[in-house]
Design a protein around this ligand. Structure first.
Ligand SMILES: Cc1cc2nc3c(=O)[nH]c(=O)nc-3n(C[C@H](O)[C@H](O)[C@H](O)COP(=O)(O)OP(=O)(O)OC[C@H]3O[C@@H](n4cnc5c(N)ncnc54)[C@H](O)[C@@H]3O)c2cc1C
Length: 398
C-alpha cells in the first residue's frame, strides 16, 4: 500500500468501475488513480456472469437514465470492441409473442421503442418462421441493433490499457470502512489504508454496504436475485441466428428466460430470477447468515415479497425443477428437451429496493463532497457502462 494520496480511488473492478477509470484516465492523464477490488481480478461478479447482451433499449421508460444511457452506450461498446479487438456480434433479437394477449403487448413495446428512438420492425408468423425456424409464435418484434459481447474480455482489455497508462490496481483488497474529511477520503481495506482526494464507488452487489459506510443507504437496500442459466448441448449451437426473448410479463422487472447466442459460439438459456440468500453464493454451496439477515431484516423486502409472492413461487418452482424451467422455453421453442440442458454459470443480480418495497428501476447515483456512489446499476448497465461514465462527467458528478 502506498502512503501518498491518490487523486482518484475507485472501488470495484466490474465494468462500471473500469469504464469510469478509463474515462478519468483520458480526461486527467496526469492524475494518480487506483482501482481497488476484493477479488483477484476484474469482472468476477455481475459483469462476468451476465447474459452478454448489448441491449438496444427497447424496454426502458422514455426519458429514464436507462433509456438514454443504453441508447448511447450501445455504439460506445461497439466502438471499443472494434478498436481493441474484443469479440462481439450484432446479431439482432426477436421478441416473440406466443398468443394474442402477448401480441397486444408487443404493440406497447413497439411504441416504446419508437419513443426511445430505437430501430424496431414488426415480424409476422410467416416471416418469423424464416428468420427462426425452430421458434414458434404468433408475432414478433425484431431489434436489429441488439448484439452480444464478451463483457469479461472488455474488462480485461480495460485493465491492460489502464495499467499501460500507469493506473494502479489493488486486487485482493476488501474495503472495510470509508471515511471522508474536509480534505481527503480514507479507504480502509484488509490490506491497509489508502488515501485519496476523490472516491468513486461501484460495488455492484455490495453497493448498499459501501454506501452505508458514508451514511448514504437509508433509502435503499440491495436484494440479490439469482439468475440460473443452462448451456444448450452442442448439437443446438446453430438453433438460432438471433437472440430469442419472450414478451416480458407485466409488472415484473426481469426480461424472462431467453435463448442467447454467446460469442463463444454456443447458446445459453436463462436466466430465471430467484431470491438468493447469499449475495455471492453462486453454487448454493454455503449459507451466508450475514447476507440473509441483511435481506430479511429490511422491511422493504417483506413488502416486495408480498407484492410478488405468486411470481416468486413460480420462479422458485422453475429453479427446483428442470421440467418446470423447460415449460418456459417450450412456450416458444419445442425443439429443446430437458436432457439438452447442460450446467452453466449462475449470475446474481443486485436489485435496489426502497423501504416501501419498490424495486428502484432506474440507475441510482449519489454523492458526498468527495465521493460518488453508483448505488443501483442493474441491466442494461453493462451495455450503458461507457455512457454512464460520460454522464458522470457531463452532469458534474466528477
Ligand atoms: C444474471 C444477469 C444477467 C445480466 N444480463 C445483462 C445483459 O445481458 N446486458 C447488460 O447490459 N447487463 C446485464 N446485466 C447487468 C450487468 O451485468 C450489471 O449491470 C453490471 O455488470 C454492473 O457492473 P458493476 O461494475 O456495477 O458491478 P459488478 O460487476 O458486480 O462489480 C462490482 C465489483 O465491486 C467489487 N466489490 C464489492 N464490494 C467490495 C468491497 N467491499 N471491497 C472491494 N471490492 C468490492 C466486487 O468484487 C466487484 O468486482 C445482467 C446481470 C446479471 C446478474
Amino acid at each position: 500500500m502506498t502512503d501518498k494520496p491518490y487523486d482518484y480511488c475507485i472501488i470495484g473492478a466490474g465494468i462500471i468501475g473500469l469504464t469510469i477509470a478509463y474515462k478519468l484516465a483520458h480526461q486527467h492523464p496526469n492524475a494518480r488513480l487506483v482501482i481497488i477490488d476484493k477479488e483477484t481480478g476484474p469482472a468476477q461478479h455481475q459483469t462476468g456472469r451476465n447474459s452478454g447482451v448489448i441491449h438496444a433499449g427497447v424496454y426502458y421508460t422514455p426519458g429514464s437514465l436507462k433509456a438514454t444511457l443504453c441508447r448511447k452506450g450501445l455504439p460506445a461498446i461497439l466502438d471499443f470492441c472494434q478498436k481493441h479487438d474484443v469479440a462481439y456480434d450484432q446479431c439482432g433479437k426477436l421478441i416473440v409473442a406466443v398468443d394474442a394477449d402477448e401480441a397486444s403487448r408487443l404493440d406497447a413495446l413497439y411504441d416504446r421503442s419508437q419513443q426511445n428512438g430505437i430501430e424496431i420492425t414488426r415480424v409476422n408468423a410467416a416471416k418469423m418462421a424464416k428468420m427462426a425456424p425452430h421458434i414458434t409464435g404468433v408475432a414478433a418484434l425484431f431489434s436489429p441493433t441488439t448484439g452480444i459481447v464478451d463483457y469479461t474480455g472488455i474488462c480485461h482489455k480495460l485493465v491492460e490499457l489502464l495499467t499501460a497508462k500507469g493506473v494502479d490496481f489493488q486486487f485482493s483488497s476488501k474495503v472495510l470502512k470509508l471515511r471522508e474529511t474536509s480534505d481527503t477520503v480514507v479507504i480502509e481495506t484488509d490490506k491497509g489504508a489508502i488515501h485519496g482526494a476523490q472516491l468513486i464507488v461501484c460495488g455492484g452487489l455490495q453497493a448498499d454496504r459501501l454506501a452505508d459506510m458514508m451514511g448514504l443507504a437509508d433509502d435503499f437496500r440491495i436484494i440479490p436475485f439469482r439468475g440460473e442459466y443452462f448451456r444448450l448441448a452442442q448439437k443446438h449451437d446453430a438453433i438460432v441466428n438471433h437472440l430469442i426473448y419472450p414478451v416480458p410479463k407485466p409488472g415484473l422487472p426481469f426480461l424472462g428466460v431467453h435463448l442467447t447466442k454467446m460469442v463463444g459460439g454456443y447458446v445459453t438459456v436463462g436466466p430465471n430470477a430467484v431470491l438468493s440468500l447469499g449475495r455471492e453464493d453462486y453454487d448454493r454451496s454455503y449459507f451466508e447468515p450475514v447476507d440473509t439477515w441483511r435481506t430479511i431484516s429490511y422491511p422493504g423486502f417483506w413488502k416486495l415479497m408480498n407484492r410478488f409472492k405468486c411470481a416468486g413461487m413460480s420462479e422458485l418452482k422453475r429453479s427446483l425443477s428442470k421440467s418446470a424451467y423447460m415449460q418456459e422455453v417450450h412456450r416458444y421453442c419445442s425443439t429443446i428437451s430437458a436432457k439438452d440442458l447442460l450446467p452453466y454459470r449462475t449470475g446474481i443480480r443486485a436489485m435496489a429496493v426502497d423501504p416501501d418495497g419498490n424495486m428502484i428501476d432506474d440507475f441510482l447515483i449519489k454523492k458526498t463532497t468527495r465521493s460518488v456512489h453508483v448505488c443501483n446499476a442493474p441491466s442494461p448497465a453493462a451495455t450503458s457502462a461507457f455512457a454512464i461514465a460520460d454522464y458522470l462527467f457531463e452532469t458534474g458528478y466528477l
